[in-house]
Design a protein around this ligand. Sequence first.
Ligand code: ZN
Ligand code: ZN
Length: 510
Amino acid sequence: MSLVEADGARFIIDSGILFPYEDFFDLNYLIPDMSDLGKIDRIIITHGHEDHIGAIAHFRDNYPDVPIHTPKFAALLMAKKLREAGHAQKFEIYKDLDEIKLTDSLSVFPVRVDHSIPDTHGLLICDKKSDTALIYASDFKVDNIKSPSLTAAAKRFSTFTHRVALFDSTNMTSGQDKTLSEDELYEDLKTVIEESSGRVFLTAFASNVDRIQTVNKICSELRRPMVMIGRSMKFYTQTAAEEGYLKEYSKIHYDWGEVLPDQKNLVCLVSGCQGDFKSATRRIITDEDSSLILNETDTFIFSSKTIPGNEKKLSLLENKLSNRGVRVIKPGKYKIHASGHACKEDLKLMYQLFKPTHVIPIHGESTFLDAHIEFAKGLLKDINCYRLLNFRGFEIEKNGEVHIFQLDQLDPILIHGKGIEIERSALSERRKMACNGVIFVSLNLKSQKYFIDMRGLPKKMTDRKEQLENLVKVHLNGKKFRGTEDLRVNIRRFCQEHLGYKPVTLVQEV
Ligand SMILES: [Zn+2]
Ligand SMILES: [Zn+2]
């Protein structure tokens, strides 16, 4: 989520989520804190990836009436989120190079770009008064630099004195020069599927409609039934098919329940390419679904990259596959995955086309931004590069000078369950319970009765329940009961002695 302000107008670009780190206990996602954004006139969505639209319902909670400008495909994806949250599904649908006019001086022109989800746009932001234009493309790759959209945008961009490029940094350290185009995958994917005499399971990012279309095309040519497995895979493919992105889809797709499980020619598209805990990919590989047990005639294709942090989860699953004798195919030997983000060569083409005066890399880890700046400096003469981190803003003066400033750092809001915020304190309680287990003690001082329950503790501790009971008894029978807190501290001390750590302990009078 970014905020742009010019000529008295303020608009937001995208409203995305961040996926939690491993140790966040099943937390669904993180959203930006929108409580202090002030007046917002519009929100402009660039494309339908979760890191760009995932928090749209939360944006609506904060801004019920602000118009949402969006391309069609992202609108379809957002409609579901808004409907589930009880909001109206009203959008201002834009098309390539439409003008979104905010004031007499300030206009935004969406610019069609290639990415890994259909209908993705960069934004050309033009402010006549300050003679400044921004080309904002957080997610793109270049399949065709001569596309009419890019050419037209670059032409308009060139009429401004101050020209700022905010481009994707995702692949700055990937080591690859040029991002593959989706078309380049067809050959190898077809070979791998054709070579498989048994069932083929292929996992990919469910939102990667182009990949699904590639597989769809191959299945159609090879006359193999395509089976959709997993909630998100079904949702994205259905949405894409309804919009005409998947040709022949209706003729060849099935649900798992509609095919014979052992049918050798099945090509199953499975969601969960990052091996997430509840995903279809993981369920299948760990035999959780008794109707689908993999065997040595099967092939499992990972048509995706591993997002940093997921390496362990995925290598565990790959080992399980290999123990089972399943043929595992990953990108490398075969061209079966193309990134949706620009590599150096793509960026070079864009810089040569747009000829910016200022470069401010975006969309990437800090080290990627640094690498991007170094790359841009080596490429372009007389440019000003700035490094912009989270919660930093930049301001362009009329003379083209740039000031970077610090914004109030608001922690992201943690979301779990039905889009509900969970406080950090509650999460830290969860962590303590999960790491150390829990002991509950209920006391009735009058009747001298007590009840002890232990959860998540080792047998060595539950075997000592009698000792723990004695400890409680001593406290109850003591001449002067010194309160529940005193007992709690003593139980924890007892645990420390026997376990080496202290479980969460709750002592209450009933
Ligand atoms: Zn994206
Ligand atoms: Zn993104």
